[in-house]
Write a protein that binds this ligand. Structure first.
Ligand SMILES: Cc1cc2nc3c(=O)[nH]c(=O)nc-3n(C[C@H](O)[C@H](O)[C@H](O)COP(=O)(O)OP(=O)(O)OC[C@H]3O[C@@H](n4cnc5c(N)ncnc54)[C@H](O)[C@@H]3O)c2cc1C
Ligand code: SF4
Length: 323
């Protein structure tokens, strides 16, 4: 078993306590929710914080609540297991429930949280390795090196955001809430991802994600989630697509290609999506979505973008009222 490196451990019991603890030394601290992503990074020497703040005891983050505008608030500490079975999520935002149910394995979903999934570190086959392996290759821009093995000569890390929940949240037009000792702010999830493999999102070092707000679904909203991975029992996505139609628009979000998920939109008449709308979104996906070699198999993944977008758009399921 790989040992953890030394760090000081804080386990606050309230959100305010956690925010104050983070504000005390933001550059030396990382947050740990379920730990399913962070702990392997620590054990393999890919991250080396001096302080770790555990968010597992914060009741404020573990809530799912209706909002005044008819939508739903989902706290960052809600586990993926809970999210996948939450009756209001299953009925009204089925693509989000499906994406949560498709993360990793049952053990990972029981520990892993929505906040950890949204803030998941980017993945790269040249980085998700032991320190010995990375050292033998000469390291890279993401840690300890000055080169990129995916884009030789590149000055930007293009490791992929291979998290499952951002795509459905994007097509549902979710907003994300961040809090620090300085302020609270809410931004569209499209603006949360920065497109940088080194730091994929715009949360400042002293900010934590408190949760997401899902707007009330349009009366005719239908949605779907499609995930491609090597082994359905456990693997990260190599390509994932969420789609939604309703309210005069069709939307597709494609993820696991590069550091930022892509959201594509096209106008759509009421009722079943016409072929012209599906073809327009497939053409947009072909033009704007390009898998990088950070996760490998880029030709295979590129070839599967159009069929996956078509599959998602032709398998939309209606949102229902909560039973
Ligand atoms: C074998 C294996 C398979 C996996 N398969 C998948 C998969 O198919 N799909 C997928 O999406 N993921 C997968 N994962 C990754 C991981 O299990 C999930 O993404 C999980 O949701 C991470 O949540 P967590 O609470 O465990 O995050 P943690 O590991 O606790 O944290 C992850 C990151 O988020 C940050 N963070 C956590 N909470 C907050 C917060 N509230 N505010 C700000 N930052 C925060 C942490 O600092 C850290 O940088 C897999 C992992 C493993 C080991
Ligand atoms: S994309 Fe390049 S810089 Fe980023 S982790 Fe991979 S090899 Fe390193």
């Amino acid at each position: 078993m790989l040992p953890l490196p030394p760090f000081s451990w804080l386990a606050p019991r309230s959100l305010d306590e956690a925010i104050d603890a983070l504000a005390a030394a933001p550059d030396e601290t990382v947050l740990l929710a379920g730990g399913t992503d962070l702990l392997p990074h620590l054990k393999y020497g890919r991250r080396a914080p001096r302080r770790v703040i555990g968010l597992g005891r914060l009741p404020e983050l573990a809530r799912v609540e209706p909002t005044a505008d008819g939508g739903l608030w989902v706290g960052a500490g809600v586990t993926l297991d809970h999210l996948a079975a939450e009756p209001r999520v299953v009925a009204r935002y089925p693509a989000l429930a499906a994406a949560a149910a498709a993360v990793g394995s049952p053990q990972l979903r029981r520990m892993g949280t929505l906040g950890g999934n949204l803030c998941l570190d980017t993945r790269c086959r040249y980085f998700d390795q032991s320190a010995f392996w990375r050292g033998a290759l000469g390291h890279c821009l993401k840690k300890d090196g000055d080169t990129c093995h995916v884009v030789p000569g590149g000055r930007r890390c293009v490791a992929a955001l291979a998290a499952d929940t951002p795509a459905p949240l994007l097509v549902y037009e979710a907003t994300i809430e961040l809090r620090s000792a300085r302020a609270a702010r809410r931004l569209a999830l499209t603006d949360f991802y920065a497109g940088d493999g080194l730091r994929p999102h715009v949360a400042a070092r002293d900010e934590l994600v408190t949760g997401v707000h899902l707007p009330a679904p349009a009366v005719d909203l239908r949605s779907a989630h499609v995930k491609l991975r090597a082994r359905a029992a456990i693997d990260f996505p190599l390509l994932a697509v969420a789609a939604a139609g309703g309210g005069g628009e069709a939307r597709v979000a494609v993820t696991a290609l590069g550091p930022r998920p892509r959201l594509l939109r096209a106008p759509a008449p009421p009722g079943p999506l016409p072929d012209a709308t599906i073809d327009a979104l497939i053409a947009l996906a072909r033009a704007r979505c390009h898998p990088l070699a950070s996760l490998g198999d880029e030709a295979w993944r590129a070839a599967l973008i159009a069929p996956s977008v078509r599959r998602a758009l032709t398998s939309l399921q209606p949102s229902r009222e909560t039973p």
